[in-house]
Design a protein around this ligand. Structure first.
Ligand code: MC0
Length: 143
């Protein structure tokens, strides 16, 4: 089911400052940006020059929209930093079903809305070796 590392997500307090830092120091380009109200985030996908958003691995900047969202809680507990590792998958429902059957806890009963109309679910960090693992089925692969 896993075809690539889709993105690595960094929790930040200030979206614009983080985007500018990565542009100024590393030359990364903001390839995509959106607000995800359900997840409580303003998020942006950064790509190294010469790579393509949606094809190559991206760096995701995640800034909280309010004090209650997952990113705000993460920053309050752990400070800014790596928050998630996201794998691109061909079929998020089928993989989630296999994981559940193997006793791995998924956060959602059904996939939710993710970046660029992808469908997403998460493996609980306690079952992911201390890593919050996101499963991303891109919109193009929707069925
Ligand atoms: C919490 N824990 C983590 C963690 N967050 N460990 C590794 N990585 C993380 N990101 C640990 C805590 O330290 C705690 O360990 C244990 O997990 C359980 O914590 P909890 O207090 O029970 O739960 P919360 O309130 O911290 O929530 C954790 C949870 C939450 C993963 C359930 O963050 C969540 O629902 N995440 C999924 C949604 C999300 O992250 N959305 C933002 C990205 P101890 O040892 O202290 O017990 S939105 C996104 O990603 C979209 C836009 C996309 O890409 O398409």
């Amino acid at each position: 089911y896993v075809t690539a590392i889709d993105h690595v997500g960094i929790a930040v307090p200030d979206f614009d400052a983080a985007v500018q830092w990565h542009r100024d120091h590393l030359g990364l380009v903001l390839a995509h940006e959106e607000i995800n109200e359900e997840q409580g985030v303003r998020e942006g996908m950064l790509s190294p020059a010469g790579t393509a958003f949606g094809t190559d691995t991206a760096i995701q900047i995640l800034a909280p929209l309010d004090d209650e969202c997952a990113i705000a809680k993460f920053i309050a507990r752990s400070g800014p930093g790596l928050q998630q590792l996201a794998y691109r998958v061909t079929d998020v429902e089928a993989l989630s079903a296999e994981l559940r059957a193997a006793g791995v806890r998924l956060l959602y009963d059904a996939p939710r809305h993710g970046t660029a109309d992808s469908r997403i679910n998460f493996i609980h960090p306690k079952d992911g070796g201390g890593v919050l693992i996101e499963l991303v089925e891109p919109a193009a692969a929707a069925h």
